[in-house]
Design a protein around this ligand. Structure first.
Ligand code: 2P0
Length: 317
């Protein structure tokens, strides 16, 4: 029987994606730049079945994003009904990029199980059609999602071994977000007076971010990433009704990162569509950063990750 299991890690954008050029085929409005994590992982198995069934973290669910994705994939490839089982070792839908690792793993597992014979760029294009950020989780280390030859596709820009940064995640809430990314992006595009400025400045940040990564310039990358994050949240806050993803502990954690920076620690922060704070630091700063963030009132726990590989097939035995 055709079946396969794939492992995929979430990624954290340093230059953010928030807005689509076209919702059909899920084309981003701007390029983005990310790091793929280790430690946090989504394991996705697919096998031929009598009817489509989707099980996420042990519960059978109806998931329109996955169902729509299968419709599009079946328009291009002949696929039987599928039993899909996906589980993550971290909270889903809480700003930890579970859709990125979910779709990157799903596509990789389907590609293997049914011999679709896609290369990494093709898998990235298909993963993007499921969820924009998933295109980047096909690759490990530092990845850029950009347009090349008319295709929006991620590529690896620096392997993780070349610049082994650490990421300390401060979890401030385990609750799923109230407005998902797709609806949130649409709202920002339609209602924020800052949307045009956002897309313009993100293109510049992406080019500057790529250059900082190629030079391994930590200070420059940190200042680009913090600025991209804060501009994205300014865009969200200026949407109608406002998209407010932070809580009090999010702000306190950012203040703690800024205090560490003031003390000479090499660290910078980013926050996605959720209340968790990700502190990116140099390897030798990870323990001091983790200890400080764990002491912030409202931080429930911290996770320390390194940079991880792109999505891959789990070889049994
Ligand atoms: C990012 N995020 O670049 C940004 C920053 C969240 C905040 O990509 O609509 O779930 O499925 O393409 O990939 C989350 O958006 O959105 C995201 P869709 P996705 O990581």
């Amino acid at each position: 029987m055709n079946q396969a299991t794939a492992l995929a890690h979430p990624n954290i954008a340093l230059v953010k994606y928030w807005g689509k050029r076209a919702s059909e085929n899920n084309i981003p409005a701007t390029p983005s730049l990310s790091i793929t994590l280790d430690t946090l992982v989504t394991r996705t198995s697919v096998r031929e079945s009598e009817q489509d069934q989707i099980e996420i973290n042990g519960s059978v669910v109806s998931d329109t994003k996955i169902e729509d994705f299968l419709v599009r994939l079946r328009a291009a490839y002949s696929l039987p009904p599928l039993a899909i089982e996906s589980s993550s070792n971290f909270p889903t839908s809480a700003g930890l990029a579970s859709s990125a690792s979910g779709f990157a793993g799903l596509l990789t597992a389907i590609d293997t199980a049914f011999g679709l014979d896609m290369n990494a760029s093709e898998r990235s294009i298909w993963a993007r059609r499921g969820s924009g950020s998933a295109a980047r989780s096909i690759f490990g280390g530092f990845a850029s999602l950009e347009e090349e030859n008319g295709h929006w596709c991620a590529r690896g820009v620096l392997p993780r071994e070349a610049w082994p940064l650490k990421v300390v995640i401060a979890i401030t809430s385990e609750t799923a977000k109230s407005v998902g990314s797709t609806a949130g992006m649409e709202r920002s595009e339609k209602t924020s007076p800052y949307y045009g400025a956002w897309t313009e400045s993100t293109r510049l940040d992406h080019a500057a971010g790529l250059s900082a990564v190629s030079r391994q310039d930590f200070s420059r990358l940190g200042s680009i990433a913090e600025s991209s994050c804060l501009k994205m949240h300014a865009l969200m806050l200026s949407s109608q009704p406002p998209l407010f993803y932070w809580n009090g502990a999010t702000v306190e954690t950012i203040a703690a990162v800024r205090e560490l920076q003031g003390g000479g620690v090499r660290v910078f922060f980013t926050v996605d569509a959720g209340p968790q704070v990700k502190a990116i630091c140099q390897e030798n700063a990870a323990s001091v950063v983790a200890e400080r963030l764990a002491s912030v009132p409202g931080v429930l726990r911290t996770l320390v990750c390194g940079l991880g590989p792109g999505a891959y097939v789990d070889q049994p035995g």
